[in-house]
Design a protein around this ligand. Structure first.
Ligand SMILES: [Zn+2]
Length: 720
């Protein structure tokens, strides 16, 4: 009986295609194959096999099976789940799962080795070569250079039969964790949490735990012991630790390396493709037991995934906003469920979604109370900017400047926190009032002084700052409005000319290496004032940092998006948590124009429960997550008439469904991006509603014109 193979291709196509299984090929689900599509041969994965000869038209046969290892069954199930969750083509998550295979397989190396044959003619040069060839591995080139002879001598010895070539493929080694090593000394609270988690790690099966502990309470030490337990319980077990940002990987990799005397595999976009291929293969065959990575590591082909740790689970960087749109925390829970693995969500300020699940008993909730060691929580004070404003075109208020003087005079460190990159978020013309915007885009250009350019953070467009206003032509009329980190750095330098000032933002920290150098300089006390964006607000321990000044604590409150309050609380709590982590008391000062706001009050009181209670009540009242579900449907196009016609057709085709409300169409908050107009519908649904089913049915009811793009964002985070 001939068989039909369903092959999924790693591209945004709506479904898998059928091919004939050639006689004798004996395919299995998960196999990687080369399949013809039009004139090309493409990599694909067998996702199903069934008996049959195809319909009235003979199917094209699969060309051949590839040498790369097959995808484990759980990975295919996960890909399908992720596609349904995101209401998107399954080829997208498949492309992410195969991303490690972009580099070609390593080429075999040709070694030359002595055969034992003695050549008829022996010269001094040949003798040198034969002496070196007996020691260690050599290619022809390395042998000639080690012996200090020309390559012709080596070639002659091969021809004479004294040396023979041998092809070898170098397999990159992966350190195996030493599970006999003792862990860190835990305090009583940590011990209790570690014991509960160890019990969970020993027992196979899916379970989600929220590891909830204030900054500095030692969550990492606790989950390191959970990892040890999972690896000990099953000799083939694999563990994945997810981190929201590359800047954090160095620190966690260091901790893991120290704990297990073995470096984990590191997975993110900056890992070079050949190394990524090596990791992909080692994850697939089980040699890599511990992987530390960014969100895309979820798509690696784990053979026996037993534990997933999502560190800083509340971090909005877990949301992928472009291409395949997903939230890595939600997908991690799904991946754990499919694999039957334990999932640990760790945070000092858990997301309201996770707290909702913990309160409802769907997740187990472990609380780590006291700060580790002698460190105390910092005092948080509010500075009312209406009472004590900074000088014109300055950003640091008198009380904050005074606190900086006191801190620096004690030889301690200051961090000024502002979650805004560049020098100034807006440049306008004093003569005509023109605001500088990116062409074809509805967002302001941000001035960057280091590079002397105006940059659109949305599209990446940039241009040199012009000498004259491009609108009215006035000379020297462009002024910078508002502060970014570069401008605060400038002010700090002019106020404290003796102090050593540095900036920590993603513009400066382009690589994990530069981030590590800056963190090391801060730890070594080589920096007095660090001006930082959110990149520095988490993860690091700076024992001599005792003052955190939050330059614009209201920033998150003005965004008009659902999570603004939550994000502000999280960022500020983490930034404040940076101060005074060892034995010196720390304090945090927040500059605000709204000291009476519930978020500011909760922060000053360090009362997370009060904040969560207020925010949860507001969300419940308006049916927003975690009490209801939300999705955005964004439609964009270059031709306004075509776009408008499609938007109207889509609005008319809205399905009637109980518990679902549709708002819009409205202009998206950024109505014009790269020359494309954007319209948005928002869908709000009750918790039990299958919002994905609704969206898929809706999309299918109106034909999309070729020039129009439709993007579905389930659980939107940014309202761009
Ligand atoms: Zn002008």
């Amino acid at each position: 009986m001939p068989r039909i193979a369903s092959i999924l291709l790693p591209m945004p196509l709506p479904e898998a295609f059928d091919y004939a299984e050639p006689e004798g090929m004996e395919l299995a689900v998960g196999d990687q194959v080369a399949a013809p599509l039009g004139p090309r041969l493409l990599r694909g994965v067998v996702v199903a096999l069934r008996d049959g000869a195809g319909g009235n038209r003979p199917l094209k046969p699969v060309a051949h099976r590839l040498d790369d290892p097959p995808l484990p069954p759980g990975v295919i199930e996960f890909i399908n789940w992720a596609a349904r969750y995101a209401v998107d083509a399954p080829g997208w998550p498949l492309a992410m799962a195969l991303r490690g295979l972009r580099a070609p397989p390593p080429k075999p190396q040709v070694l030359v080795e002595p055969t034992g044959v003695v050549p008829d003619r022996m010269t001094p040069a040949r003798m040198k070569v034969m002496a070196v060839a007996g020691q260690g591995e050599h290619t022809s080139a390395s042998l000639a250079s080690a012996a200090g002879v020309s390559s012709g001598v080596v070639k002659g010895l091969v021809e004479a039969g004294a040396l023979a070539p041998r092809e070898v493929i170098k397999v990159q080694a992966f350190d195996q964790p030493d599970l006999e090593r003792a862990g860190a000394q835990l305090n009583l609270g940590q011990m209790a949490a570690a014991e509960t988690l160890a019990e969970m790690a020993r027992r196979p099966g899916f379970e989600v735990v929220l590891l909830d502990g204030v900054t500095g309470s030692g969550k990492t030490e606790v989950y390191l012991e959970t990892i040890a337990e999972a690896l000990r319980a099953d000799p083939t077990a694999q563990v994945l630790v997810l981190l929201p940002e590359i800047a954090l990987t160095e620190a966690v990799i260091g901790r893991l390396t120290e704990r297990f005397a073995a470096a984990p595999a590191e997975w993110h976009s900056q890992v070079p493709p050949p190394r990524r291929r090596a990791i992909w293969e080692a994850v697939a065959d089980g040699r890599a037991r511990v992987v530390v990575g960014a969100r895309s590591a979820l798509f690696l082909p784990f053979r026996n995934l037993r534990l997933i740790v999502v560190d800083e689970e509340h971090d909005s960087s877990y949301k992928q906003e472009e291409g395949f749109i997903y939230h890595a925390r939600d997908l991690a829970v799904a991946r754990g469920k499919i694999a039957g693995a334990a999932v640990v969500l760790a945070s000092a300020t858990p997301s309201l979604e996770t707290l909702g699940n913990a309160e409802a008993g769907r997740y187990r909730w472990l609380k780590l109370g006291a700060r580790h060691g002698a460190a105390r929580l910092p005092d948080v004070g509010l500075i009312d900017m209406r009472e004590t404003p900074p000088d014109a075109n300055h950003w640091l208020s008198p009380p904050l400047r005074q606190a900086m003087i006191e801190t620096l005079s004690r030889g301690e460190q200051v961090m000024l926190f502002l979650n805004r990159r560049g020098y100034a978020p807006l440049v306008l013309c004093r003569a005509c009032g023109e605001r500088m915007r990116a062409p074809d885009t509805d967002s302001w250009l941000v001035e960057h002084r280091y590079t002397g350019r105006l940059v659109c953070h949305l599209t990446g467009f940039s241009m040199p700052k012009p000498a004259a206003c491009p609108h009215c032509g006035a000379k020297d009329s462009l002024v910078s409005i508002g502060p970014g980190v570069e401008r605060v750095e400038e002010e700090a330098r002019s106020l404290f000319p003796e102090a050593r000032v540095a900036v920590f933002s993603s513009d400066v920290m382009e690589s994990a290496d530069s981030a590590r150098k800056l963190v090391a300089a801060m730890e070594a006390g080589e920096i007095d004032i660090l001006v930082a964006t959110q990149a520095a607000a988490k993860g690091h321990n700076f024992p001599n940092l005792t003052l955190v000044g939050v330059v614009d604590a209201d920033l998150g409150l003005r965004g008009g998006d659902l999570r603004a309050g939550e994000r502000t609380f999280q960022l500020l709590a983490q930034a404040a948590g940076r101060a005074g982590r060892k034995d010196k008391p720390g304090r945090a000062l927040l500059q605000t124009y709204a000291p009476e706001h519930a978020v500011m009050q909760a922060l000053a009181a360090q009362d997370r429960d009060a904040f969560v209670e207020a925010e949860m009540a507001a969300r419940e009242l308006s049916g927003l997550p975690p009490f209801g579900r939300l999705a955005a449907l964004i439609v964009s196009g270059t031709d306004p008439a075509v776009l408008e016609a499609y938007v109207q057709a889509l609005a008319a085709a809205t399905p009637n469904a109980e518990g679902v409300e549709v708002f819009g169409p409205a202009d998206a908050p950024l109505a014009l991006v790269r020359g494309r107009r954007r319209k948005r519908f928002l869908v709000r649904a009750a918790r039990g509603v299958d919002i994905q089913g609704f969206l898929a049915a809706w999309r299918a009811r109106a034909k999309i014109p070729g020039s129009v793009r439709l993007t579905i964002d389930v659980d939107p985070y940014s309202f761009l």
